[in-house]
Design a protein around this ligand. Sequence first.
Ligand code: PLP
Length: 348
Amino acid sequence: MQQFELNNVVRENVKSLTPYSSARDEFKDFDSDMVFLDANESPYDNGTNRYPDPHQNTVKKKITQQKGIKQAQILLGNGSDEVLDLIFRVFCEPNQDNIITLPPTYGMYKVLASVNAVENREVWLTSDFQPDVSAILEQVDAATKLLFICSPNNPTGNTMSEGIITSLLRQFPGIVVIDEAYVDFTATSSWINTLDQFPNLVVTQTLSKAYGMAGIRLGMCFAAKAIIDLLKKVKPPYNVNQLTQDQALHGFGNQEAVVAHVQEILLEREQLFQALDALHFVQECFPSDANFILVRVDDANLRYKQLLTKGIVVRNRSNQPLCENTLRFTVGTPAENEKLIQVLKTLE
Ligand SMILES: *Cc1c(COP(=O)(O)O)cnc(C)c1O
């Protein structure tokens, strides 16, 4: 199989592209006391009358301190969904290239492939929900650009084996995207610590889950500088708004609260697991490294509807491969989990 070579996987139009140069790019000294008459903004200060920093330097500095990586290895987006879309637009030529995804997994990869007119080659996970390395490599051809690995995986909850991911990073000739939306709930370390070893690695994380800020939409992307530079060429200049940047800084500054919530979720997850496992209509609870539990029941549609009538909304994942009759339960507050268990116990 071909060796990874960044130049071979980038779209031609992106190679030759010059990014839009915003007013704030041409005059970079963002914090100085200058009179800014360059961007046709309103001069009346209300906290948001100025365009936000297109490079989000303050937020990125905070991230470099917390994660121990270089600022040049970070790209921020309007949720990880925007980051994932940018990855498609840098590497995948519409109606020509293809990607590989590993169902059952996060639904956005498939949606983004359709939106970008890119063929999605699906290679199911094995029965223990791990990537099937030889089946994946068999699907690769000259037009295969991206491989998406979600770890911990949504909806199965498990972390992907380190040895399997390493083997894919070494052998896959395109970009390997590891989606770590749930990494804060695991004991395993993030793949961002290996960025210097793998030139084809892209890691995404988000403030939407453990950080409790799904509403602000901040996604993070970590990769070698050469990849980040390409993504920067394609990203809209002001893709992360000022309110989001302010709130993200606030969240990063409040690390103890995040850790405390994660600890509580992990304890609750354990209790919820035991309680779910004991129910007469539950066939299997899948061990989870995330803030949710996938459960196989006797009749997922029935149990889903019964819960709805009692005012509890869970996710029915039954239409995904390997997930027949499964429901996904997000771990809630202790009171919410208690209510869930009480209701589940009453179901006939
Ligand atoms: C929730 C989730 C995300 C988060 O996406 P945002 O756009 O950052 O909110 C990303 N990947 C997976 C697998 C998720 O489950």
